[in-house]
Design a protein around this ligand. Structure first.
Ligand code: NMX
Ligand code: MLT
Length: 466
């Protein structure tokens, strides 16, 4: 990764308009390939971490087993995209016209190209997206064929699979492309898929909540504002800005979170982007992951109804303890890596303070924040008793009329920015198919407390492998 000093210089540099988008990535590859090859050749046998029994049985928590240049989650600083914190991104990324919030095109440029975007670069990506808009007809057929009560995340994942027949990467592979060039059609697919996400999400929204109103993008609007416009909220500048903020904040989160890791694994088989990202979304749809944004909103609404408004601190403590006693988690709190309040929570909190300070649900979110860290901390086992991104995201969407069950779709179309960027770079650096090994518990016990029974089937088959 480049140093922060060189990034500051790039920020001030003139727009890089002479090279095409694709060639800007291509120009960076020889250096990266040389760095990786040197590391593997010179240090291939050096350990850089520890695999412990607790990590193997504990969901691989804290096990560094993946590499990505695109983003990193620091336990204290939070999400860093190409080295930039959430606050730096919100301050420095080129803004949508007349808005204080970023154009998603600029963020995608940063994710993919690893150069800080000038305003013209952000606009160029938005333009590339405009030129690629248009959902294949079978997407509507697939969506309409599903029962009306199908969860919107199921529809999103299915709709992306329904787009798969148009994959240029799958076609290129079938026709015999050199593997070192495979990232180029992957980039094509990445741009086409991401270009169509606002329309896809709006189509699902309209099918479920607006009698199937047609979603038609407005070429005058940016990517995020277009989603707002296509669900009938385009006239509300606040909601357009919330979309710009939301899409920026949820776009990436290094490579170890469940949806990124799933998508990365599938893509390592040289599956195309439609197949790999649809798989990633299925992981995001789990309640311990992205569905937590829906679950948090539901939990808050139940809490509000239960006490007929804003509960006292004591009532809130009581309600939280009841949830825990039922053996459930408190959604929106805790994290696998973070050990402080999520910076993405704070950024949304600031939005609420600015635009909806009197919203009753926001006041409840604030009160929960005053009480929950102490309650969860008191359990003595929760490593991070502070709020994550989902502790507030659904409440903000609720303020503008978005149903709880739709919140994870918004998370999904934002996160597809990161998933697609990771996949393009993984293929550009020709990372191999992932194939870790698994142990049996017999084998683990044998390694830790050597047994004399070497004739057991486990002992015979694996004695020489470790
Ligand atoms: N409520 C109740 N218990 C919790 C919570 C919580 N919010 N967070 C952690 N714990 C428990 C956890 O279940 C585990 O208990 P046990 O040993 O009995 O199985 C214990 O505390 C230790 O867990 P941690 O090591 O602190 O957390 P871990 O890395 O395993 O899990 C989460 C991280 C995010 C899955 C967990 O904090 C959680 O379930 N949070 C609520 C769901 C949520 O908000 N998910 C969204 C995450 C962000 N996203 O968008 O994906
Ligand atoms: C995410 O944004 O993916 C979540 O915070 C979960 C994670 O980082 O594990």
């Amino acid at each position: 990764m480049n140093t922060r000093a060189s990034k500051a210089i790039e920020t001030q540099a003139k727009p890089h308009l002479t090279l095409s988008f694709e060639e800007r990535i291509a120009a960076q590859l020889p250096d990266w390939q040389a760095r990786l090859s040197r590391l593997i050749t010179e240090f291939g046998d050096e350990p850089i971490g520890e695999i412990t029994v607790a990590k193997v049985y504990g969901g691989m928590r804290g096990l560094f087993a993946l590499v990505t240049e695109i983003s990193h989650v620091d336990p204290s600083l939070g999400l860093l995209i190409r080295g930039y914190s959430v606050d730096e991104l919100l301050e420095k990324l080129p803004k949508a016209p007349g808005s204080d919030f970023p154009l998603l095109g600029g963020l995608y440029y940063l994710l993919l190209v690893d150069q800080f975007p000038a305003p013209a670069d952000a606009e160029a990506v938005e333009e590339i997206w405009r030129a690629r808009q248009g959902l294949p007809g079978q997407v509507m057929d697939v969506l309409r064929a599903m029962p009306a009560d199908t969860h919107p995340m199921t529809l999103l994942s299915q709709a992306i699979l329904a787009m798969q027949p148009q994959s240029v990467a799958a076609k290129a592979y079938h026709e015999g492309i050199d593997r070192s060039e495979y990232w180029r059609p992957m980039l094509e697919d990445a741009l086409t898929l991401t270009a169509n996400l606002p329309t896809l999400a709006a189509t699902i929204y309209n099918l479920k909540y607006r009698d199937g109103a047609e979603a038609v993008p407005d070429p005058a609007l940016d990517w995020s504002a277009n989603f707002a416009q296509m669900i009938g909220k385009g006239d509300d500048p606040e909601y357009r800005d919330l979309c710009r903020l939301f899409m920026t904040l949820h776009s990436d989160q290094e490579n170890g979170n469940a949806c990124a890791h799933t998508s990365h694994l599938v893509s390592s088989t040289l599956s195309d982007l439609y197949l790999s990202t649809s798989a990633g979304l299925n992981a995001l749809a789990g309640p311990l992951h992205g569905l937590a944004s829906q679950e948090t909103l539901r939990w808050l609404l139940t809490l509000q109804t239960h006490y007929g408004g804003l509960p006292t601190h004591e009532q809130l403590r009581e309600f939280a303890l009841e949830t825990l006693e039922k053996g459930m988690v408190i959604p929106g709190y805790g994290h696998g890596v973070l050990r402080r309040t999520d910076t993405r929570f704070t950024a949304q909190y600031r939005f609420a303070e600015r635009f909806l300070p009197d919203d009753p649900l926001f006041q409840l979110v604030s009160r929960v924040y005053e009480v929950l860290p102490e309650v969860l901390g008191g359990l003595g086992k929760v490593k991070n008793p502070y709020p994550n991104v989902d502790a507030i995201s659904g409440s903000l969407q609720h303020h503008y009329g978005i149903p709880a069950e739709f919140c994870t779709v918004l998370f999904g179309i934002s996160r597809l920015q990161g998933l697609t960027a990771h996949a393009v770079w993984a293929r550009a650096l020709m990372l191999p198919i992932e194939r870790p090994r698994s142990f049996t518990t017999d084998r683990v016990e044998e390694m830790l407390t050597p047994r004399t029974d070497v004739n057991s089937p486990e002992g015979r088959s694996s004695a020489s492998e470790v």
